[in-house]
Design a protein around this ligand. Structure first.
Ligand code: C2E
Ligand code: CA
Ligand code: CA
Length: 772
């Protein structure tokens, strides 16, 4: 802000101002008083000189008088005056005048008329002093100073008595420079005479050469400013009026002011120098004080600017001296560390995933971006917990969280790696260098069994890897391509894949599939067809049921398996339309079979999305109801892992279906995480053991044990068991031995067209006659 002073300036101005003010006051005082003193001294000296001059004049007057007395007492002279003998008088005046070296010797009559004068006297006209003469006659003697012809004389008048006064003699000495020099020698002061000429006072004689009237001043009116600063040559004077009446002559006592002041000037100079020194000293002290006070404050300002910019590294040093400043510094440091702590906390919270403490998605984006900008090559791993949602659903969210934390903890042990959780069960690991982490190490680490809810499970995880920037050069592409790679792992049931460009093609292919599927459902359902795969009863050896399996032959994409397009239909919201098409087709085919006197139950695969939608379930019941076939001809297969995302709603809708008379089977049993105990609450009557346990049943002992156990447990819950994927005679035998109610698989029949099913049913009646 303009006009605003810093604290430093304020303190400096305040202290130095105060000191300067004090100094000026003292200096002025010293100057004024020394000036006053000088003036007084001058006045005093002039006064003394005045007295001296008066005394000297008096002494001279006395001498004159004595010498005049000698003359007037001389009998011859008296006689000559009485007889008016002019020649004798003049001679006497001459002689006497010579003897005493007088400048004026004259004799006057009682009326002031000149009677005689000596020859040395230059003056001719004494009219100017006639009044003096007349008054002297009456007083018989007088001593005075007169001005004649602009010359000053000290004169003595004395009457010539015979015995009465008959005349007046005058003896005079001119007062000139020698007289002044005499005074000067006594008083050490300059002297001068001044005369009033033409209405103004002029100096006529002086011991000081070249002095002018205007240089003279009364001591009382000496201006110290003129003397000290302007250094004008001026002179103090005291005057004694010698003859006020005639000519206005004065004797002047003169003192050179500068010379008087010179002594004081020295003193004043010294004092001034000391004052200036003090001022400088005080200023430097003020500077130091101001610095000492403001330095820590300025430091604090700097520090707070640093803090404002997020730099908390340095604390302020505490050695500032003043208690208040130390307290302020202390408080500031405290505040700084609190702010830092809080910011660290906030940053931690902003960057971290609450559950696992790993970096979150936005922090990952930032780091990944920075790494990419560095321009060096590096790898990024994505790790995904397979079917994580199911874990949450089956074991509960707490166990799900624990699972995530377990995996996070393991990943966190990786050194020189950046680890982040970006969502559900998905993690990203970025090694600092290629050496920091190998794929094998990563897979071994995460595949270790872990304990969840006191149950040991082997984590099912997929790992994807991508090389940056070779395979993706921006954050978005890196994460998207890793996602595609993970999808690919899933689709191919692989633990690990390094990204390849053709995965992207696969991704595009799936987009294509979705768009073709949409078109086919809207315009051309001819592309769809149903195959039926029989289920054989191990007890009766007859076929009492078959499963409807959807086929799709697209003119552009060719034949596409349900394993590919069903999940895509689910993802794109097309699954309900597909399900309705299947149900309607099954109802049509059932009419055909019935017409052929074939009475079997046909199982329809329902997607979880169908089951979890109340409207879809209502519509399904309605459709079958309208066909008037009776619910015992239709059953539904539900994949257990999909159901548990909303188990309550699933159970509610399953109950509706069962109450409507449909039987329900749990499909693909054994692949998910659910347990039989969990299924007890579900209104199902059949379990379908997943084909992965059955396909290699004759070779694998573990599969045999699993299948046997499932069958036993299912029976203990009053559930019937279907085994799918029966490809060999041995498998069929075993399942039959273990009490599995139904078998289904290529050994019995591949999925076949409805027309072929009718044929097949007729033939197999003879081939598999278990009753015999
Ligand atoms: P799924 O319900 O488990 O069907 C059994 C699958 O196993 C069928 O494959 C079938 O052809 C195959 N299979 C049967 N016996 C054997 C055998 O002995 N050996 C081998 N290796 N495979 C055997 P498909 O037809 O490709 O169907 C795959 C999956 O697509 C089905 O699995 C089901 O989940 C889904 N799907 C098929 N049709 C539909 C449908 O109409 N609606 C719904 N929602 N899903 C369907
Ligand atoms: Ca099925
Ligand atoms: Ca199945």
């Amino acid at each position: 802000m303009r006009g605003e002073r810093t604290l430093y300036q304020r303190i400096l101005f305040a202290i130095s101002g105060l000191i300067a003010f004090t100094t000026v006051i003292i200096l002025t005082n010293v100057w004024v008083s020394t000036t006053e003193h000088a003036r007084n001294q001058m006045a005093h000296e002039l006064n003394t000189a005045k007295n001296v001059a008066a005394r000297v004049l008096q002494n001279r007057a006395n001498q004159l008088r004595n010498s005049a007395l000698v003359l007037t007492a001389d009998f011859g002279f008296k006689q000559a005056v009485a007889t008016q003998d002019a020649a004798t008088i003049t001679s006497a005046l001459n002689n006497h005048g010579q003897r005493i070296n007088a400048d004026l010797m004259a004799l006057f009559s009682s009326d002031g008329r000149l009677i005689a004068k000596n020859t040395q006297s230059q003056e001719e006209d004494f009219s100017a002093i006639s009044s003096h003469i007349i008054s002297a006659f009456s007083q018989r003697a007088a001593s005075t100073t007169v001005v004649l012809n602009e010359r000053i004389y000290q004169v003595i008048f004395l009457t010539v008595d015979a015995p009465r006064p008959i005349a007046v003699t005058m003896i005079g000495f001119e007062l000139t420079t020698p007289f002044l020099e005499e005074l000067k020698s006594i008083t050490q002061l300059e002297h001068a005479f001044s005369l009033n000429q033409d209405e103004q006072q002029n100096i006529i004689n002086s011991t000081l050469a070249g002095i002018a009237q205007n240089q003279l001043v009364q001591p009382s009116s000496i201006n110290w400013f003129e003397v000290v600063l302007l250094r004008r040559a001026i002179f103090a004077f005291q005057s004694v009026s010698l003859s006020a009446s005639d000519g206005g002559a004065s004797l002047l006592m003169i003192q050179d002011v500068q010379s008087v002041y010179a002594g004081f000037w020295q003193l004043q100079l010294q004092i001034t120098a000391i004052a200036v020194l003090c001022l400088i000293l005080a200023l430097s002290v003020a500077l130091r004080i101001a610095k000492r006070i403001t330095h820590p404050i300025r430091q604090l300002v700097k520090q707070s600017q640093l803090v404002a910019n997020g730099k908390y590294d340095n604390a302020m040093p505490l050695n500032s001296g003043a208690t208040e400043v130390t307290q302020l510094t202390n408080a500031f440091n405290q505040m700084q560390s609190n702010v830092q702590k809080r910011e660290t906390e906030i940053r931690f919270q902003a960057e971290r995933d609450r559950l696992t403490g790993l970096l979150n998605r936005s922090a990952l984006d930032t780091h990944l971006n920075n790494r990419i900008n560095e321009g060096k090559e590096f790898s990024v791993f994505a790790i995904k917990i397979n079917r994580f949602r199911n874990i949450n659903d089956v074991f509960g969210y707490q166990a799900g969280d624990q699972y995530l934390q377990h995996v996070a903890k393991r990943l966190a042990t990786l050194t020189d790696c950046l680890v982040s959780r970006i969502g559900g069960g998905e993690y990203i690991v970025i090694p600092d260098s290629a050496k920091a982490l190998s794929t094998a190490t990563l897979i071994t680490l995460i595949k270790q069994p872990l304990i969840l809810n006191q149950v040991e499970i082997v984590p099912s995880l997929s790992v994807a890897k991508i090389s940056v920037p070779e395979q993706a050069d921006n954050t978005e592409a890196v994460l998207r391509r890793l996602d595609i790679t993970l999808d690919n792992c899933n689709a191919n049931q692989l633990d690990y894949l390094h990204y390849r460009a053709d995965f992207e093609d696969h991704y595009l292919y799936r987009l294509n599939v979705i768009s073709e599927l949409k078109q086919a459902l809207a315009n051309d359902t001819q592309q769809f067809s149903l195959l039926y795969q029989p289920k054989l009863s191990t007890r009766s050896g007859t076929c009492e049921a078959a499963e409807a399996l959807l086929r799709w032959n697209n003119p552009k994409l060719g034949f596409i398996g349900p394993d590919i397009f069903i999940p895509l239909a689910e993802q794109s919201g097309l699954i309900h339309q597909l399900t309705f098409w299947v149900v309607q087709q099954v109802l049509v085919d059932q009419q055909t079979l019935i017409a052929n006197d074939i009475h079997i139950n046909i199982a329809i695969n329902l997607s979880a999305q169908d089951l979890l939608n109340r409207d879809v379930v209502d519509r399904l019941i309605n459709l079958v109801d309208k066909a008037q076939l009776g619910p015992q001809r239709i059953s539904f297969e539900l994949t257990e892992s999909d159901l548990i995302s909303d188990a309550d709603l699933a159970i509610e809708n399953m109950t509706m279906l069962r109450d409507a008379g449909f039987s329900l089977a749990i499909d693909d049993f054994g692949t998910g995480y659910s347990s039989l105990a969990y299924l007890r609450n579900m209104p199902v009557n059949t379990l379908k053991i997943d084909k992965s346990f059955v396909l290699k049943l004759d070779e694998r002992l573990t599969d045999q044990k699993i299948v046997q156990t499932i069958i036993q447990l299912a029976h203990s819950f009053d559930l019937q068991v279907v085994a799918e994927g029966v490809e060999t005679w041995q498998s069929q035998e075993a399942l039959q031995d273990w009490g599995c109610e139904y078998i289904q698989g290529y050994y019995i029949s591949r999925p076949i067209k409805c027309d072929d099913l009718a044929l097949w049913l007729k033939q197999q009646k003879d081939q598999y006659d278990f009753s015999s």
